[in-house]
Write a protein that binds this ligand. Structure first.
Ligand SMILES: [Zn+2]
Length: 52
């Protein structure tokens, strides 16, 4: 069986998907709908659009 993908690779993929979601949003500074996902589990720690 092939080794599963590394955590780094999965994290990079998650970051890329998040960045795409933020870019797709029409806001300029980030809003709850793009920087906070109800599925991410850390809703009290909003991400920064400047941080990517
Ligand atoms: Zn937004």
């Amino acid at each position: 069986m092939q080794a599963s993908r590394s955590g780094f690779e999965l994290a990079a993929e998650w970051v890329r998907a998040t960045a795409e979601a933020i870019e797709a949003c029409s806001c300029s500074d980030g809003c709850p709908s793009c920087v906070q996902s109800p599925k991410c589990g850390n809703r009290n720690s909003p991400l920064s659009k400047q941080g990517r």
